[in-house]
Ligand binder design. Structure first.
Ligand code: ADP
Length: 494
């Protein structure tokens, strides 16, 4: 009897594996960090072999801790850090360069050159993305342009490219394949027709022979080599981390939204079977393909969310731990008129200004650290509100409730304030590991382990719901002051 699903959650700083049962509950898990390489300022790399080895190790440990055997696993689902770029030799499976991580800014000049040649508009319409070093395409181009030997071999068809899902699937099954949610982060994938885009490939001078085959996110990718887990387990689900979280939060319908409050903050709204192109600097992306066609999402991110709490702790040193921020915030009745715009690395969507810097406004003799801490937490909620407003405008619908997860979603003050300022319900799930759960669900759905999405929805339980508890006048006044604070911040640039 195949009773379990194994989910592999390959993140930016660690690889994790979780065994889920049929009720969607966690049976066991394992996590291992791996090395971050910073060869130059702004550059970030990983060793692809270490990514694979830590992933394999955690998978083995999770299976062992669950006290089960490989043959009891019905299917494997994969979720991963997105955009990170791996190139390997098709014949041997050996990487030919370190993985260039999504955070790496080395292709800024390439992006600027491409902008000059007027490519941005085409990119936007075809891929839903911006010309930014974040995405895989210019990372591949950088390797090919800088290491002629690799370009020569790529042109001969000897080199494979993959995002991390594809790299893991290759190592698990020997097949070179990816799926649309990851493909839609490469800059090379046309989200309108669901294919690699030959015009963009030509502009970036990337040989099409390097690219993986694109299969559905929930569907058969291959089966694991027997020596890995003592059984040939089918790999039947994969999605990028944010899309997997959207699925794990059961945001299956158009208009369903999730926000993940981590170091930064990622918000995705399901937009159904049509891509919505933003007028507010949001990205358009593929949510998943369950085998019946592409489903889309609109995505916005905040650079500094939980990171502002880390800053209060590590740099300003006015709190000893992240959870202490909640206690302090609740020790005062409001911020005493203080507003904090944590634009430490510029402002993301919808403002999109990399040169703005952080600022704290409205300080008086009466201001104490509790007011500053409270204002910092409120800033996370205000920024999220700006994103949700932009989404509602772009998609032309009103959101009623928002599912949340991530480290900072454990802060009750923040979640209540978020509900108040958005005037919407904020819902936390029973299973906090929504990303891994999403990948498990994609895998289980394809094999019939779960019959349909209704069954998955039934398994999904609410842990806590925050409902709005303030009046319109107060809400309006706070939002207006926040807007003025952002305007003030925008006048003082680096
Ligand atoms: P990531 O996946 O980006 O590393 P996590 O989801 O693990 O992020 O969340 C970690 C972030 O959440 C940190 O920035 C931390 O400061 C913040 N955080 C954790 N707990 C709390 C809390 N109780 N209140 C506010 N912020 C918190």
């Amino acid at each position: 009897m195949k009773q379990y699903i194994l989910s592999l959650d390959q993140g930016t700083t660690s690889s994790r594996a979780i065994v889920f049962d049929h009720s969607g509950s966690i049976i066991a898990g394992s996590q291992k960090e791996f090395t971050q390489y910073f060869p130059k300022p702004g550059w970030v790399e990983h060793n692809p072999v270490e990514i694979w080895e830590t992933q394999l190790l955690t998978a083995g440990e999770a299976i062992q801790k669950a006290g089960i055997k490989g043959e009891q696993i019905a299917a494997i689902g994969i979720t991963n850090q997105r955009e990170t770029t791996v190139l390997w030799e098709k014949k041997t499976g050996k990487p030919v360069y370190n993985a260039i991580v999504w955070q790496c800014r080395r292709t800024t000049d390439i992006c600027n050159e491409l902008k000059k040649s007027g490519l941005e508009d085409t990119i936007r319409k075809k891929t839903g993305l911006l010309l930014d070093p974040y995405f895989s395409g210019t990372k591949i181009k950088w390797i090919l342009d800088n290491i002629p030997e690799i370009r020569k071999r790529a042109e001969k068809g000897e080199i494979a490219f993959g995002t991390v899902d594809s790299w893991l699937i290759y190592n698990l099954t020997g097949r070179h394949v990816t799926e649309p949610s990851n493909a839609s982060r490469t800059l090379l994938y046309n989200i309108n027709d669901g294919n690699w885009d030959s015009e963009i490939l030509k502009e970036l001078n990337i040989p099409g022979a390097m690219l993986p085959v694109i299969s559905a996110s929930s569907g058969y990718f291959g089966k694991t080599k027997r020596e890995l887990f003592g059984a040939e387990i089918p790999v039947t689900g994969a999605a990028g981390d944010q899309q997997a979280a959207l699925f794990g939060q059961t945001c299956f319908k158009k208009g369903d939204v999730k926000i993940t409050y981590g170091t930064g903050c990622f918000s995705l709204m399901n937009t159904g079977n049509r891509p919505v192109f933003s007028k507010n600097n949001l990205l358009t992306t593929v949510a998943w393909d369950l085998g019946g066609g592409l489903q889309y999402a609109i995505e916005g991110s905040i650079f500094i969310a939980g990171a502002v709490v880390q800053w209060l702790k590590d740099k300003l040193q006015i709190i000893d731990s992240s959870p202490e921020s909640e206690k302090l915030a609740l020790s005062v009745k409001d911020t005493g008129g203080v507003y904090f715009v944590p634009a430490f690395t510029g402002l993301g969507a919808p403002y999109w200004d990399p040169d703005v810097r952080g600022t704290i406004l409205g300080i008086t003799r009466g201001t104490n650290r509790a007011h500053i801490v409270r204002a910092a937490l409120e800033s996370i909620a205000f920024q999220s509100k700006d994103l949700i407003d932009a989404m509602e405008q772009d998609v032309k619908l009103k959101v009623k409730e928002i599912k949340t997860d991530g480290g900072a979603s454990l802060n009750s003050f923040l979640m209540q304030f978020q509900a108040d300022i958005l005037n919407k319900s904020i819902i936390l799930p029973q299973t906090a590991e929504t990303t891994a759960l999403g990948a498990a669900c994609l895998a289980g759905l394809s094999t019939g382990y779960w019959e349909n999405i209704d069954e998955i929805k039934k398994n999904w339980k609410i842990r806590k719901e925050y409902t709005p508890d303030t009046n319109d006048a107060i809400r309006r006044e706070k939002i207006e002051s926040w807007n003025r604070a952002v305007k003030a911040a925008e006048t003082f640039k680096a």
